[in-house]
Design a protein around this ligand. Structure first.
Ligand code: SAM
Ligand code: SF4
Length: 472
């Protein structure tokens, strides 16, 4: 978005002229949701977004600590910002060298904020996951001349109350309903970076979504949390109740939620999938492993039999339902037999897609303290085997889509081998590409019906049957 505003705003003792912020978000949807909040708060301080780091007055990294790869990417990107301080760009407006502020937030900053500040000279401040809504105050402090600070405190209040902030013009919105995680799976850093579970009250979420639908043109909502199935436990409410209330909102077309923990999926939730017509035909239900002994060492609290029974119940409640999952390859001391159990699970569960990762030891977790005999080669090989097998299963499942018509919310267009194609998602979260009826046709945020004409494991092509427009 181009900042055409030339007027300063006065906040406290300081003038805030129009400035630009460049932000890089790593990791899960929760981080993207937080970045939206950050952007919204910063617009109150006269910031607009830029995609060019060289144009920025403020550079923010919203970090992820879940796997080592995301950590390494952040450290390398942060390293590159040294030049912003040692050899700053000249501001075209003032002709002066820019005084760029560099900040790091999110999961790495939560646990390592103070260390980052002392280790990286170019870093002005760090902030944790629970103080995202205080970003305006921190930016103010930085512009007021305060140097090198880290804010990593936890919100100790009993209730969790927010209003969803969106700055994009899209009809799809993330709505956070629960923060934190109490599960402490043995491999996972999230309970340490996001703190304890706390749910928003059901009536607050319903009001929030109604407002988004009525005043911001939102039509599809993704309810977010590290473990959304725990939603409401602290207040005597539940995810199933929330879904049934949101279902009543006129103008809301589709509802999704992520991420679910199999232990907390209740019969009421299965019923919601049977009864709530707006609830998407898709459930992302991370299983992590197909072996009961590995699940035990992961402290996942369910067996594979329980998991398979759950997805059977879901598919009975809604025969259109597709299931996706997360898998960790090479958990410490995983035997070939345990790995084979995961390979077998792929056959048994028939997932529509999976996110598979190689185990990454996270400091402070129980799994990182296990004496582990596996090496990177074994992990890499097992990960490849899982991915290759899944691709075959997936290609097969998606052949079954050919000839069927799906309702798609169109997101964007792109070029594929020189041909313009529009892309959107079905209710079951599959990406579908289709060619426009005329080169000028503009389908962005339209609802269209698309008949699938070909499908591979990773891509689905269709032809447009009906354009229903924007459904405002
Ligand atoms: N709350 C969700 C659940 O219970 O499954 C998952 C949240 S986690 C941020 C997303 C995924 O990252 C997990 O499902 C898991 O597969 C993966 N993950 C988490 N810790 C990991 C680790 N130490 N090594 C590899 N993958 C990991
Ligand atoms: Fe991590 Fe387990 Fe919590 Fe998911 S449920 S965020 S995997 S600790």
């Amino acid at each position: 978005m181009e900042n055409t505003n030339t007027t300063s705003v006065k906040v406290g003792e300081l003038e805030f002229p129009p400035r630009k912020v460049w932000m890089k978000t790593y990791g899960c949807q929760m981080n993207y949701h937080d970045s939206e909040r950050i952007m919204s708060h910063l617009s109150g301080l006269n910031f607009t977004k830029t995609e060019e780091q060289s144009e920025a007055d403020l550079v923010i990294f919203n970090t992820c600590a879940v796997r080592d790869l995301a950590n390494q990417k952040f450290y390398s990107h942060l390293g590159e910002t040294k030049k912003l301080k040692t050899n700053p760009e000249v501001d075209p407006e003032t002709g002066l060298k820019k005084n760029v502020i560099v900040a790091a937030g999110g999961c790495i900053a939560q646990t390592e904020g103070k260390d980052l500040i002392s280790k990286y000279k170019q870093l002005d401040f760090a902030f944790g996951t629970d103080v995202v809504d205080n970003i305006g105050e921190m930016v103010y402090r930085a512009y007021a001349g305060e140097k090198k600070f880290a804010v990593t405190s936890w919100d100790r209040s009993d209730n969790y109350s927010i209003e969803t902030k969106i700055t994009h013009g899209s009809p799809m919105a993330f709505v956070n309903i629960i923060k934190g995680c109490d599960k402490f799976c043995s491999y996972c850093i999230v309970p340490f970076t996001r703190g304890r579970e706390k749910s928003r009250r059901l009536d607050e979420v319903v009001k929030d979504v109604r407002r988004l639908v009525e005043f911001s043109g939102v039509q599809e909502v993704m309810l977010l949390g590290q473990n959304v199935n725990s939603y409401g436990k602290d207040n005597g409410e539940s995810l199933a109740q929330l879904i049934m209330e949101l279902e009543k909102i006129n103008g809301l077309e589709r509802l999704r939620y992520t991420t679910s923990h199999p232990y907390d999926v209740t019969d009421d939730l299965v019923d919601a999938h049977r009864n709530a017509k707006k609830l998407a035909n898709h459930l992302h239900l991370p299983v992590q492993s197909g072996s009961n002994t590995v699940l035990q060492r992961m402290l996942r609290e369910y067996t594979i039999e329980h998991y398979l029974d759950l997805i059977k119940k879901m598919r009975t409640a809604n025969p259109e339902m597709i299931i996706s999952t997360d898998i960790i390859a090479g958990f410490p001391n995983e035997t070939e037999e345990e790995h084979e159990a995961t390979m077998k699970l792929l056959d048994d569960a028939q997932f529509d897609f999976i996110y598979a990762y190689s185990f990454s030891a996270r400091k402070g977790t129980k799994a990182a303290r296990m004496n582990d005999v596996l090496n990177d080669d074994i992990r890499g090989r097992r990960l490849r085997e899982i991915q290759e097998k899944q691709l075959k299963i997936q290609a097969n499942i998606r052949q079954g889509m050919i000839g069927k018509t799906y309702r798609v919310l169109v997101e964007e267009k792109g070029l594929s081998k020189g041909v313009t194609k529009w892309t959107g998602r079905t209710s079951c979260y599959r990406l579908v590409h289709f060619e426009p009826e005329t080169p000028e046709s503009d389908y962005q945020w339209h609802w269209v019906d698309v008949e699938i004409i070909s499908a591979t494991a990773l891509s689905t092509q269709g032809k447009i049957i009906r354009d229903l427009g924007k459904l405002t």
